[in-house]
Design a protein around this ligand. Structure first.
Ligand SMILES: *Cc1c(COP(=O)(O)O)cnc(C)c1O
Length: 377
């Protein structure tokens, strides 16, 4: 008889590590395609990147970092947070920056939800929300929308003792719809105090509706609401991964504990500061978007397509049921012409395509190609 204790690993030699429950239910997020076989420069209207590209000042600031790549970046993002605070008239101490707002959404789910908890989002809400919930071990719950809009009553009805977080994209991607400041306030007031409301306002800068608020006022009034923003859309810096959250002090403290110490690289911080200081460039991007969003809506409607009203920098376009003229056929046709839109089957919208507002010539190309597809030209 051996006097040695059996090793704790005995009998497990053939076993394999397995992830926590929920992880293998995640359908990995797939970004919009950028390439088409055999086409040198496709027209990419699939990822809501700003049509005009970033401010030249932001690009110059990025280049200006080339000589200091050996230095660690500012882990507290001090100058960037101050630039955001100045630009938006906010308290820099309540701002936490992330490697894209996706990182912040994921960290919020990990910090505030876990096994047995529920995370609510709307039926056609941004797909990062269920991914973040599952990655945290929590259960994502999709709540029905009404006419492709957030239904505040349905969200409030679905709240249970297990609800920990409500993620709301306002405006929402891919529907382009929004709820008003009053509706957002009503949602907050109807939620229990210990439910964190995360308002993802990635497209806030494009919205020109008078009754809209990105949610900063709500964050200031409550200690259970967070607003997230991004440099990926109007500032056109998607490649650099720059997002930020306006938080109650206790939530900022939590995010600063769980985030990586150097989650934002130096060139990204420098470019972000320069982008915020170039208000004229932002105004140009906003004006371009408003003009071409209106134009494209009219042209597509004229072609007999249904365009959902959008306040963002993209349109959700509904095609007919006829397979030959449907969304999938349109997508194949357009790709053959070098134009990439976004299929939204995985958002439960198989009869729709999402199109980003692009440059003038891109919009013209799209409309003539769709005219040919529909036999209207
Ligand atoms: C594009 C987008 C974001 C931005 O994500 P980043 O990680 O900051 O690039 C966030 N939310 C929604 C709804 C979006 O469409």
């Amino acid at each position: 008889m051996s006097l040695r204790k059996p090793s704790p690993g005995a009998g497990r030699e053939a076993a394999r590590p397995s992830p926590r429950p929920g992880i293998l239910e995640i359908a990995p997020y797939v970004g919009g395609d950028s390439e088409l076989p055999g086409i040198a420069k496709p027209v990419k209207l699939a990822s809501n990147e700003s049509a005009l590209g970033p401010s030249p000042k932001a690009v110059a600031a990025y280049h200006g970092c080339a000589d200091s790549l050996h230095r660690y970046p500012d882990g507290g993002h001090g100058r960037l947070r101050e630039a955001i605070a100045r630009r938006h008239d906010l308290d820099a101490a309540r701002i936490v920056c992330g490697n894209g707002s996706d990182e912040l959404l994921t960290l919020l789910a990990k910090a505030y939800a876990g096994a047995g908890d529920e995370v609510l989002y709307t039926e056609h809400g941004f797909l990062i929300y269920p991914i973040a919930a599952l990655a945290a071990g929590a259960t994502p719950v999709a709540v029905p929308e009404k006419d492709l809009r957030t239904d505040v009553d349905a969200l409030l009805e679905r709240v249970s003792g297990k609800t920990r977080i409500v993620f709301l994209a306002n405006p929402n991607n891919p529907t382009g719809s929004y709820i008003s400041r009053d509706e957002l306030g009503r949602l907050r007031r109807g939620l229990p105090g210990d439910v964190l409301l995360v308002v993802d306002a990635a497209y806030a800068e494009f919205v020109d509706a008078g009754d809209y608020s990105p949610g900063a006022d709500l964050v200031a009034e409550s200690d259970n609401t967070v607003m997230t923003r991004t440099f990926s859309k109007i500032h056109a810096l998607a490649a650099l991964r720059l997002g930020w959250a306006l938080c109650p002090p206790a939530v900022a403290d939590v995010l600063n504990r769980v985030r990586g110490p150097f989650n934002l690289n130096g060139p990204a911080q420098a470019a972000g500061i320069a982008a915020l200081e170039d208000a004229a460039w932002e105004d140009r991007a906003r004006a371009h978007n408003a003009r071409w969003r209106r134009w494209l809506t009219e042209e597509l409607t004229r072609l007999g397509l249904h365009v959902h009203p959008s306040v963002a920098n993209f349109l959700l376009v509904r095609f007919g049921n006829d397979a030959e003229r449907g969304a999938a056929a349109a997508d194949r046709f357009l790709r053959a012409q070098g134009i990439i839109l976004r299929r939204v089957d995985n958002y439960g919208l198989p009869d729709c395509l999402r199109v980003t507002i692009g440059r003038e010539e891109e919009m013209q190309m799209l409309v003539s190609a769709l005219g040919r597809f529909l036999g209207r030209s």
